[in-house]
Ligand binder design. Structure first.
Ligand SMILES: Nc1ncnc2c1ncn2[C@@H]1O[C@H](COP(=O)(O)OP(=O)(O)O)[C@@H](O)[C@H]1O
Ligand SMILES: N[C@@H](CCC(=O)OP(=O)(O)O)C(=O)O
Length: 382
């Protein structure tokens, strides 16, 4: 397929645009003109009946601007305070820019827990559906000011690849301050070259590192997120948001510099979710249980030998056999309850737990098998 075909925008109806801190700022100032250009580009997309969601960084940078702080502090509580000062300021700039085109915006702050719990994930999905129904452009950021260090996205690149799945979008555009992915940092090496097309095989890219002064994620989190999207059957593009009207340019100028991650086969939203969700625990199973899940049956309590981790119903866990992760799945019980029922026949579960419970610990349609040698999900749902 011709590479430009992947940027035939007629194929995409839901688009996530990720705007990095490097785009929001200009020499420590907030680049309002850039946000105006983005609003103009989104207006154009809306006119073409495309729904657009923006994942925007910049809360910390805006907080620094409000308090006239020039260097990003290392202290996490201070950064969280800056995010809480900067977030409403950031939103006010977006609201003003989009109002010029009579577009309403909304703020949605997401915590990693909203992604890790299936119930909260689906709840957020309903909110976004309602917002799209109201013709609003949602502006999403991580809920920085209350996030816990050990349990946060930290960078919005990762968040954007999850949000893309949450809204079942089909194109992810990551705007940063360089033209795309280079073989080495273009700001440090004049002889670096732009990589225009990336297929699933080019995993060596995952070893690239480096970031700007304000950014959290750097190029590695952009590459990782673009791989997640493309492995999930969606197109991902990393391009230069510093250029004039970057989205419209991407549409109309075939020579506009960019890196395109070619999409794999389509993957159902639930599979994408299980594949990319952080596993919060491990269930060690016996041979009988392994045979069962290979034969597309659910995981019963009887086949669970030991458990590890603290998790809740609706979280994703690893299923481990002979010290190898063989599957991932969504649990029907909290870890404390699985501890009580492991090794037990299903008929006894209700009397042990004191409530009417599901027969299997993980239902058959909530398990994905993993390539045990590579440790990578097959991306196939039972
Ligand atoms: N191989 C590479 N290709 C592209 N950019 C790279 C590479 N290595 C490091 N970088 C740096 O990554 C930066 C973009 O990441 P980041 O600072 O997180 O931006 P953002 O704020 O947009 O998320 C660029 O400014 C660039 O200098
Ligand atoms: N949530 C943070 C974004 C963190 C960050 O810098 O992300 P990025 O620029 O996308 O690497 C903020 O709004 O400041």
């Amino acid at each position: 397929m011709d590479k430009q075909e992947y940027l035939d925008f007629s194929k995409y109806n839901r688009i996530v645009i990720k705007v990095g801190s490097a785009i929001i700022t200009n020499n420590y100032d907030i680049d309002e003109d850039k946000i105006n250009q983005i609003a103009q580009d989104v207006y154009y997309l809306n006119k073409q009946n495309k729904e657009v969601l923006i994942v925007s960084s910049g809360a910390v940078a805006c907080g620094m601007k409000v308090l006239n702080i020039k260097k990003k502090p290392d202290s996490i509580p201070l950064r969280q305070a800056l995010a809480s000062i900067g977030q409403p300021y950031l939103m006010s700039i977006y609201a003003k820019a989009f109002a010029r085109y009579s577009i309403n915006t909304s703020q949605v702050l997401i915590s990693i827990e909203d992604i890790l719990s299936r119930k909260r994930f689906l709840n957020a999905k309903n909110t976004f559906e309602a917002l799209f129904g109201l013709k609003v452009v949602p502006i999403v950021n991580e809920n920085d000011s209350v996030a816990i260090k050990e349990l946060m996205f930290g960078d919005n690149d990762s968040l954007s690849s999850h949000i893309l799945n949450l809204i079942e979008g089909n194109l992810l555009i990551i705007l940063t301050d360089v033209d795309g992915v280079y073989n080495k940092d273009p700001k440090l090496y004049k002889d670096s070259t732009l990589i225009e097309i990336v297929t699933q095989e080019e995993t060596w890219l995952k070893s690239l590192k480096g970031k700007s002064k304000l950014g959290e994620g750097g190029i590695s989190s952009k590459i990782k997120s673009a791989f997640i999207a493309s492995q999930g059957g969606k197109t991902a593009v990393i391009t230069n948001g510093k250029r004039q009207n970057p989205i419209k340019s991407l549409i109309f100028d075939k020579a506009f510099p960019k890196t395109i991650f070619l999409p794999n086969d389509y993957v159902k939203s639930k599979v994408y979710w299980i594949n990319n969700c952080l596993s919060l625990g491990k269930l060690y199973i016996d041979n009988g249980a392994f045979e069962s899940i290979k034969n597309r049956k659910g995981l019963l309590a009887k086949g669970i030998k030991t458990i590890e981790g603290s998790f809740s119903k609706g979280n994703v866990v690893d299923i481990v056999f002979e010290n190898k992760r063989v599957a991932k799945g969504i649990v029907n019980y909290d870890s404390t309850d699985i501890e009580k029922i492991k090794g037990i026949h299903s008929s006894q579960i209700s009397s042990i737990l004191g409530y009417k419970a599901q027969a299997d610990v993980i239902s058959t349609d909530n398990i994905i098998l993993v390539n045990a040698d590579k440790g990578e999900p097959y991306a196939k749902l039972h």
